[in-house]
Write a protein that binds this ligand. Structure first.
Ligand code: XMP
Length: 512
């Protein structure tokens, strides 16, 4: 374990991910964690992250010098680099020269940290203060115009740091610098692999649930599928999965759960065909928030009914699987790092007399790790690589009332758009690709000899890192043309295809 101490910048999660990309397990702790708390985790090394403040600012988070008394290898980044310098008796000064963004660093001597790198590096900076003198025993390795000492190390003590941000992609050789610290200075071994994650989780789940029964709701998405597959591997027949088919999934998705997922994992699956129930409840409803509320409510009803039947069959069910991921657990931006757990409608909404303990096998994982584990477990690629898809499904991609006919139209158009995106090899470049039916809008067209009066379909390809902000995806014109031609030729009642070129903000990713 490598502990990343979060000084409140937005980079701590990125650092933790990069460490894991080096196949070393890492976790984030807030800078308010005491030295004793940090030591109790028994880390192999510590990384001090960047932070928004000057080390001299009032109330700036400081590094407790006792931290270095633990004798653990430590790596300081940006603010963490300055905090390390200051705590160990170096000098941090206001040079009056700030550097933001791309900066040239001159490497004076590679040492261990920068071994084998060129004499000049393009690195990403964001600082006002800088280290003017290294603490005793340290070797200065590099400098920039605004930072007389931009990297240093004391290999015997296992300490090193850089003023720049090696974790961002714009920093040349950033990952290599991190790995030098991890492998060559801190002596970490690269053993955090998908296979080991699976083995560890299986052991933890067995220990947690003993011989009790477990229920898991499947949504068709990657998180619930991987969580269920891990629990299945751990406790096999003690698990029952529930799939509430609300009739709002895309083409082929229900089959993926009911057929392919069951075939690869062997889980016991209870399918609740609730299409009638959901469509009945949604009849006449056009307001987006009302749609969401109805779907949430009906989902809980269906899930509860299924859970009661399972409890009845098996005598008792003690555990419920939830696909909580690591970013949901660590508060982003880091301040206090307080546990901030997703309140899934399928848990929060269950009545008091149905009480379960939670099994959260993905609680320490980032999304890319969840996918790697899914592949390791042999899940269908379409599930493992599925782009995010909203819980309320196609209901919030039909602008207007949701009906069976309209769902059918949207499903066909969506299947064409997705198939073409896949054929163009762009699935992993596009974060999400909502296809939206403007069911209450009609426009005039001409098809064959006749005049048509059909609905528009909106294509909404977006790129994003986290869905909080997004940009519109620049799909190639010939791909857009193929999608448009196929949809207008093959999908009845659609005579026009338009592309949404709005970023988020101001637009959201979904239309409702
Ligand atoms: P917006 O449209 O707000 O969406 O930019 C951000 C992300 O959240 C997804 N989304 C939802 N997911 N239930 C969900 O489970 C919802 O009601 C919901 N609404 C939006 C959306 O697909 C995007 O990934």
């Amino acid at each position: 374990l490598v502990v990343v101490i979060d000084f409140g910048a937005q980079y701590a999660q990125l650092i933790a991910r990069r460490v894991r990309e080096a196949r070393v397990y890492s976790e984030i702790l807030p800078h308010t964690a005491s030295v004793a708390e940090i030591a109790a985790r028994r880390p192999k090394a510590i990384i001090l992250s960047g932070g928004p403040q000057s080390v001299y600012a009032d109330g700036a988070p400081q590094v407790d010098p006792d931290l270095f008394g633990l004798g653990l290898p430590a790596f300081g980044i940006c603010y963490g680099f300055q905090a390390m310098a200051r705590a160990l008796g170096g000098d941090v000064a206001k040079t009056g020269i700030s550097e933001f963004g791309r900066t040239q660093a001159t490497v004076a001597t590679g040492g261990t940290l920068l071994a084998g790198l060129p004499g000049s590096l393009d690195v990403w900076m964001s600082h006002g203060d800088s280290v003017a003198a290294s603490p005793a025993g340290f070797t200065a390795l590099a400098s920039t115009a605004g930072a007389p000492i931009a990297a240093f190390e004391n290999v015997d003590a296992g300490l090193a740091g850089v003023q720049w941000h090696p974790e961002v992609l714009h920093s040349q050789a950033g990952q290599q610098v991190l790995e030098r610290f991890l492998y060559d200075i801190a002596g970490c071994r690269p053993d955090w692999t998908a296979a080991n994650i699976v083995d560890d989780s299986v052991a933890v789940i067995r220990e947690q649930v003993g011989d009790a029964h477990v229920i898991c709701g499947l949504s068709g998405g990657v998180d619930s599928a991987v969580a269920a597959a891990l629990v299945q591997k751990a406790v096999g027949s003690q698990l029952t999965c529930v799939f509430v088919d609300h009739g709002l999934l895309r083409q082929g998705e229900a089959e993926q759960v009911e057929r392919d997922f069951v075939a690869t994992t062997g889980v016991a699956l209870k399918v609740v065909d609730a299409t009638e129930q959901f469509l009945g409840a949604l009849a006449g409803v056009t307001d987006p928030e009302t749609k969401r509320k109805i779907i949430g409510r009906e989902f809980i009803r269906s899930f509860e009914r299924a859970a009661r039947e399972i409890v009845g069959e098996s005598g008792a069910v003690d555990w419920l699987v939830q696909g909580t991921l690591y970013p949901d657990v660590v508060e982003s931006g880091g301040g206090e790092g307080a546990a901030n757990i997703k309140s899934h409608h399928n848990v929060g909404g269950l009545p008091d007399d149905l009480q379960f303990g939670l099994v959260e096998p993905l609680r320490t994982l980032f999304k890319d790790e969840v996918r790697a584990v899914g592949e390791q477990l042999g899940l269908p690629a379409a599930m493992v690589w599925r782009q995010p898809f909203p819980g309320p499904g196609l209901a919030i991609r039909i602008i207007g009332e949701v009906t069976r006919d309209r769902l059918e139209i949207l499903r066909e158009a969506d299947a064409i758009a997705r198939a073409e995106l896949t054929a163009a090899g762009l699935d992993r470049d596009i974060w999400q690709f909502p296809v939206v039916l403007l069911a209450d809008v009609r426009s005039v067209g001409v098809q064959g000899d006749g005049r048509t009066y059909g609905h528009p379909i909106v294509l909404r390809p977006v790129t994003s890192e986290d869905a909080m902000t997004a940009d519109w995806g620049r799909l190639p014109y010939d791909l857009l043309e193929r999608i448009s031609t196929r949809i207008t030729n093959q999908v009845r009642e659609v005579n026009r295809v338009v592309v949404d070129i709005t970023s988020k903000p101001p637009g959201t990713i979904e239309w409702e």
